[in-house]
Design a protein. Structure first.
Ligand code: PMV
Length: 311
């Protein structure tokens, strides 16, 4: 029995603005993973997907063309792309990525599932083909996704992403240490992306200017990350990016409080990461401050924290 996996992701800069053509920076977050194990199934039993945690079994046929279940849809896309009927197999899915946590759970689950199914059919998908198919599933989760989640998760590399252009990776001049924080509140990215769209449609001049300002922050951040050092400046950019996300209505009192707790504890900067209103946040820190800042975050109501280094 083979197991296939895909990591979670964090967005360092530029969420939401990326939907409008501005750049964003994201990195894989491998402490959290989606995994799919391919198991043989009796002859004639067809293709099923089992959720390890829920125990839920989904049967995949090619009949239903527009399923509202993303897992079934992901499997169907692979079968259609490869021109194969459903094989007699069970795909067992488990994931420790919080759903609605801003960690790209949907894209990671689709990626692991599509990797597993295409490999089991003897035709593993190339990175580009997989990325395109995962993006199609993302549209079911998000409505109008920028494509950043699937890109960083499929390629498992830090990316500088501009919608509609080939993803670029970038150099990290000096290691950066982040605390990644699960706020403990799950939130719908589809909803926050929709709300930002409404604001933008209502007052294009005002919200368009905020979106452009975020783009400017992302371009400066890339230069700083590549040249190494300048942690204070990078932290200040994170704080500014968070304030602009708040102006787009996608922060929350809880996220603001958690960011403040990280900054008060000595972080260079902190911002929400992903869709917002809940989900996750990240703080740029000195490694030796990790235990005390993590403790401060937990006292302020964070569900969980992880330390990651971007190198
Ligand atoms: O909530 P997440 O982690 O899936 O973040 C999505 C990032 C957004 O910029 C808010 C939406 C998008 O499609 O890029």
């Amino acid at each position: 029995m083979e197991t296939y996996s895909a990591p979670a992701k964090i967005i360092l800069f530029g969420e939401h603005a990326v939907v409008y053509g501005e750049p964003a920076i994201a990195a894989p977050f491998s402490a959290l993973q989606a995994q799919v194990t391919v198991m043989p199934a009796p002859l004639g039993s067809g293709l099923s997907i089992i959720g390890a945690a829920s125990g839920l079994t989904l049967h995949v046929s090619l009949a239903n063309d527009t399923p509202d279940n993303a897992l079934v849809y992901a499997a169907q896309l692979v079968l259609k792309a490869l021109g194969k009927p459903p094989p007699d197999l069970t795909l067992a899915l488990r994931s420790n990525i919080p759903i609605g946590g801003g960690f790209g759970s949907g894209a990671a689950v689709s990626t692991a599932l599509m990797r597993a199914l295409s490999a089991a059919l003897g035709a593993p998908l190339s990175g580009e083909a997989l990325n395109n198919l995962v993006y199609e599933v993302e549209q079911l989760h998000h409505g109008t996704p920028s494509g950043i989640d699937n890109t960083v998760i499929v390629y498992e590399q830090p990316v500088y992403f501009v919608r509609g252009t080939p993803p670029e990776t970038f150099r990290v001049g000096a290691p950066l240490t982040f605390l990644v924080v699960d706020s403990g509140v799950s939130a719908s990215t589809r909803e926050t992306v929709g709300d930002v769209r409404q604001l933008y449609t209502r007052d294009r001049a005002h919200y368009g200017a905020i979106i452009s300002e975020i783009g400017e922050i992302v371009r400066t951040a890339r230069t700083l990350i590549e040249s190494g050092g300048a942690l204070e400046e990078l932290g200040a950019l994170m704080n500014a990016n968070h304030a602009l996300l708040r102006a787009l209505s996608v922060s929350s009192a809880h996220l603001d409080r958690l960011c403040a707790a990280a900054r008060d504890g000595g972080a260079y900067g902190a911002k929400l990461s992903g869709g917002g209103r809940g989900g996750s946040l990240i703080a740029l820190i000195e490694p030796d401050l990790a235990p005390s800042i993590a403790a401060a975050l937990r006292s302020a109501g964070a569900a969980q924290t992880w330390l990651i280094q971007l190198t």
